[in-house]
Design a protein around this ligand. Structure first.
Ligand SMILES: Cc1ncc(COP(=O)(O)O)c(C=O)c1O
Ligand code: FES
Length: 388
């Protein structure tokens, strides 16, 4: 059976050129980049090259990039590191109700320890009210944290406008760009961002590596204490091969950005149009303006059925998709993102996320469009709650 992978927001396959780039660092170059001898020097240069490659994707300087073990670590570092460094200045954080758990749970953790956190609501489309954001700022506010692209709906947030607000009030701005980096153009300087997080496994590098952009001059305490790696901002011997891979993945993403967006967007729109045209009682979750969503993401609720049942059904046909985020699959709770958008709980539980990738083909999409209507129909016929 043909396998069709439409869960790229959960993780992506390693790009063949990325694998090629990292292999010598697993096989031959084993040195510790902090060592001064030949074995260390052989890998230290590769780490610095990777730093340049990541910086170039984001429009910053290499010295402003710190490597981490994943996107979640990056978000923890950005948020806890700011709160710790700016302890004397204030204790209020502004974020949104639709962040990834790496941000939400970090903020809740800090809330239990005395921080005040404002979780901004979103409207039915999943959009923020920027006036509400601005009026939430007080003289105690030390951090605004808003994601660039939402992992479940693909919704994009206007970081440049938020950057202007943050600058006006001189508040530090963090963005979780794990889903956006490598999928669309990001210029951290133009957007006025102080801290930005990305993760390797969403863009063709392996799992377990990420990076944080820390604007020159930003006050940030480290999360990991120990050695002097990463200019004292992140202790721990470098994961050399994965860092090399992340650098290569960023280089490839930067070079292929326009093609990726165009190609993936065309296929995503084909899937979206096909579903809306052939299946009754479906609800698009996310911004109706497709320009305001990640080009690869489509989130749809199929009234009357459980998203999980539909996923199992699709899986029998070799189609991999997901309901919301990978880390909460298996949980029966409706997605916090869809609930924040005001979707009633049964409709939220009937949602399925399709996230395409660079290797997705037109045949893949057509196959899904062949299988999906009959699967939905069959599940609805068995459903005690569905009314045609
Ligand atoms: C928006 C967002 N932030 C953070 C993360 C966490 O990244 P990582 O899996 O590298 O820890 C993810 C991964 O699902 C994500 O989608
Ligand atoms: S950690 Fe990846 S989806 Fe939650």
């Amino acid at each position: 059976m043909k396998q069709i992978y439409l869960d790229h927001n959960a993780t992506t396959p390693i790009h063949p050129e990325v694998l090629e780039a990292m292999l010598p660092f697993l096989r031959d170059h084993f040195g510790n980049p902090s060592s001064i001898h030949w074995a260390g020097r052989a890998v230290a240069g590769a780490i610095e090259q990777a730093r340049e490659q990541v910086a170039s994707l984001l429009g910053c300087r290499a010295a402003e990039i710190v490597f981490t073990s994943c996107g979640s670590e990056g978000d923890n570092l950005a948020i806890k590191g700011t709160v710790d460094a700016l302890r004397g200045q204030g204790n209020h954080i502004i974020t949104t109700e639709v962040e990834h758990p790496a941000v939400l749970e970090t903020c809740r953790y800090l809330q239990e320890r005395g921080c005040r956190v404002t979780f901004l609501p979103v409207d039915r489309r999943g959009a923020l009210d920027l006036e509400q954001l601005e009026s939430a700022i007080t003289d105690q506010t030390i951090l605004i944290s808003v994601m660039w692209g939402n992992n479940e709906t693909g919704n994009l947030f206007p970081l440049a406008e938020i950057g202007a607000i943050a600058a006006r009030h001189k508040v530090c701005l963090h963005s979780d760009a794990v889903q956006a980096a490598g999928k669309l153009a990001i210029d951290v300087r133009a957007a006025g961002i102080d801290l930005l997080v990305l993760s390797g496994h969403k863009i063709g590098a392996p799992k377990g590596v990420g990076a944080v952009y820390i604007k020159n001059g930003t006050r940030l305490s480290p999360l990991l204490h120990g050695g002097h790696q990463e200019r004292n901002r992140r202790a721990g011997t470098h994961n050399v091969a994965s860092i090399v891979a992340l650098g290569k993945a960023c280089e490839l993403a930067a070079a292929g950005l326009a093609t990726y967006r165009q190609q993936v967007r065309r296929l995503r729109d084909r899937l979206e149009d096909g579903i809306l045209a052939t299946i009754p009682q479906v609800h698009l979750n996310g911004h109706p303006d497709r320009d305001l969503r990640l080009a690869n993401t489509l989130n749809i609720s199929f009234a009357g059925i459980e998203g999980e049942s539909l996923l199992l059904n699709l899986d029998l046909h070799g189609i991999a998709a997901s309901s919301g985020s990978a880390c909460s699959s298996g949980s029966l709770d409706a997605s916090h993102v869809l609930r924040a958008m005001g979707l009633e709980s049964s409709l939220a539980r009937s949602s399925v996320r399709f996230s395409l990738g660079a290797e997705t083909t037109e045949e893949d999409i057509d196959h899904v469009l062949e299988v999906l209507p009959a699967s939905v129909q069959r599940l609805r016929e068995m459903s005690p709650v569905y009314k045609a």
